[in-house]
Write a protein that binds this ligand. Structure first.
Ligand SMILES: *[C@@H]1O[C@H](CO)[C@@H](O)[C@H](O)[C@H]1NC(C)=O
Ligand SMILES: *[C@@H]1O[C@H](CO)[C@@H](O)[C@H](O)[C@H]1NC(C)=O
Ligand SMILES: *[C@@H]1O[C@H](CO)[C@@H](O)[C@H](O)[C@H]1NC(C)=O
Ligand SMILES: *[C@@H]1O[C@H](CO)[C@@H](O)[C@H](O)[C@H]1NC(C)=O
Ligand SMILES: *[C@@H]1O[C@H](CO)[C@@H](O)[C@H](O)[C@H]1NC(C)=O
Length: 548
């Protein structure tokens, strides 16, 4: 997707204005499915970016490319309010080999002479710090920018993560000693006691491997959680599931038996890695349904509802920011619809444009990074636009505003709005245009109405603009979600032809919302395999909100 540069810069300045005025609270706790300010009980949504410091050298990435305070300021201006900062357990538990090395010594061990040279330019004061103190310097710099920090234990032995049998995957693996892990978590929790930036600890990233099992999970997660809570009861404790943070299904039947007051949060990851390229290509609507269901039922989507809900932190998701990968593009659009709908707390993978050293390669590029490989510019400014709705708080449990819908177009990241003269256009989602919708009306559809008015969206004809009209009864106004993904909205045009809502960000007249032939469906609205079309421009979600 390409947006005109002026459109992009207007959107970006909106994003900027909203975020510089926020400031965060400490400590945080949970209330039902929400993360809240412990004192006032008001919601605080985590919109984080990952920043790794767990790879071989154990120095948060990028400090050889840019001054630390500038990186921190850039995170704020990108609109993130928090960082998930990763580390390796051995940094804490094996000081003579790891944590007590200075930054300069660690770089030297890995023969990173150019990085040493460049760090002298950008962050000279870091070189003589012990690794453990370098982490603290980063946390302090983030705090100066009012950015919250979740400390994430990514591995035990510092290295790139995560393969199936790298010795770092499950309790009792070669490098992953449960007692040492608990000791490391305890040390981190004590180290940051009272630090007003550090709001939580992720216990372990992407548990996995041939030895993973439920019993050991319950045993060690309880030990780890209680150790963190005992050492630092202010912190949120983030618990993740099995199979690379994609399987929490077992806690439906058997909750984790810990009492952390109101500090327990679950976390899950969602990528397109295991998905088939062909399935995303040939039946995108079916795939979107399949992966969303899987996230909901298996990975942990269910955690936020039910009898005893908890917050769910989507602590990793992301895509190649070149947006050249068809599978990734569809996956991320599908994911955005879900994340906006549930208004999850999240952390994007990832901030870094490059790694000091990863898997034997020096100065490697990270295509999922917000920064380009020089850490100078955004890799792709469109990513800012795509994230803009989910960076906002969409639902506030304390709001007195009656619930309404916004009409979200996840491919562009924008929303359908009504302007002067009832003209429809697509722009930044700022809650000014509110829609009412009662659902699919038992299969017949129901009106998408302009909240508090007698106006509704009408399908006029194929290739014609959708219009706002006071006809809220005829078939032109009865919209229902269709296709496997349920992300298309269909109505009949008055002559019995079924059409779908359609907005094409790439078209020359891209300010108009149309109805078009429903893509990848037959006349009965059944999904057609191998349809050859890309239906994403027709994906919309009515997202519930109660914001002012
Ligand atoms: C590591 O450094 C800390 C102080 O920062 C010191 O107390 C400790 O004795 C050192 N440990 C080793 C093994 O050098
Ligand atoms: C180090 O920098 C020099 C000069 O910029 C460059 O020629 C050389 O290839 C770099 N070495 C490595 C290992 O990147
Ligand atoms: C999820 O984990 C549970 C507990 O180990 C296991 O029984 C179940 O088969 C797993 N589900 C999937 C789809 O891997
Ligand atoms: C997820 O759960 C829903 C409701 O229980 C069910 O209809 C659906 O088939 C499940 N999907 C998967 C992939 O397990
Ligand atoms: C990062 O901050 C520097 C210094 O304020 C600024 O010049 C640069 O444009 C920013 N970069 C990004 C990508 O925000």
């Amino acid at each position: 997707m390409k947006l005109g540069s002026s459109q992009t810069s207007i959107l970006l300045s909106f994003v900027f204005l909203i975020f510089v005025t926020l400031c965060h609270s400490w400590p945080l706790s949970t209330s039902n499915r929400w993360i809240v300010d412990d004192k006032t009980g008001s919601r605080l949504k985590l919109t984080c970016v990952n920043w790794p410091g767990h790879v071989h050298v154990m120095i948060p990435e990028g400090l050889q490319k840019k001054p630390l305070n500038q990186i921190a300021a850039n995170i704020t201006s990108m609109g993130f309010n928090c960082v998930r900062l990763t580390y390796a357990i051995y940094m804490l538990t094996r000081p003579d080999e790891y944590g007590n090395l200075t930054v300069a010594q660690s770089l030297e061990q890995w023969n990173l002479n150019n990085a040493t040279r460049d760090m002298k330019i950008y962050n000279p004061e870091m070189l003589d710090l012990k690794l453990i103190d370098a982490q603290k310097a980063v946390v302090d710099a983030l705090h100066k920018e009012n950015i919250m920090v979740v400390l994430d234990n990514h591995v035990s032995l510092p290295q790139w993560c995560c393969s199936f049998d790298d010795g770092n995957g499950f309790f009792g693996d070669k490098y992953f000693h449960p007692e040492e892990w608990v000791q490391g978590l305890t040390t981190v929790a004590q180290h940051y006691k009272g630090h007003p930036a550090v709001i939580g600890m992720s216990m372990r990233n992407e548990i996995r491997g041939p030895r993973e099992n439920e019993e050991d999970w319950y045993k060690h997660m309880k030990e780890g959680a209680e150790a963190i809570h005992g050492a630092n009861p202010d912190l949120l404790v983030l618990v993740s599931g099995l199979s690379y943070d994609t399987n929490l299904s077992f806690v439906k039947e058997k909750p984790l038996d810990v009492d952390l007051g109101n500090k327990l949060v679950y976390e899950a990851h969602w990528y397109s890695f295991g998905d088939s390229d062909d399935d995303w290509k040939n039946q995108p609507n079916v795939m979107c349904n399949t992966v969303t269901d899987k996230f909901q039922n298996l990975s942990g989507g269910f955690i936020i509802s039910g009898e005893k809900p908890y917050p769910l932190f989507l602590s990793e998701f992301g895509a190649d920011q070149g947006f050249q990968n068809e599978k990734d593009n569809k996956y991320i659009t599908c994911l955005m619809a879900y994340v906006a709908d549930k208004d999850l707390d999240w952390a994007l993978w990832t901030l870094q444009g490059s790694y000091l050293v990863r898997e034997g390669q020096i100065d490697t590029d990270e295509t999922y990074g917000m920064f380009d490989s020089d850490w100078q510019n955004l890799r792709n400014p469109d990513m800012q636009v795509r994230l803009q709705l989910i960076k906002q708080t969409i639902q506030d449990p304390h709001s007195k505003v009656p619930e309404y819908n916004i009409l979200y177009h996840p491919l562009s990241g924008q929303c359908i709005q009504v302007g002067g003269g009832g003209k429809l256009f697509v722009s930044y989602c700022n809650y000014s245009t509110r829609w009412s919708y009662i659902g699919d009306g038992g299969g017949n559809g129901s009106p998408i109405g302009l909240f508090g008015t007698s106006y509704c969206l009408n399908a006029v004809g194929e290739g014609l603009p959708v219009r706002l009209s006071n006809d809220c009864k005829s078939e032109r106004s009865l919209w229902k979600p269709v296709s496997g993904s349920n992300l298309h909205f269909a109505a009949k045009d008055g002559r019995g032809k079924t059409l779908c809502l359609d907005w094409d960000p790439d078209s020359s007249s891209n300010s108009t919302v149309y109805t078009q032939q429903c893509l990848c469906m037959d006349d009965d609205l059944n999904d057609v395999p191998n349809c050859g079309d890309n239906p994403q421009k027709q994906w919309f979600k009515l997202v519930k909100s109660n914001m002012k």
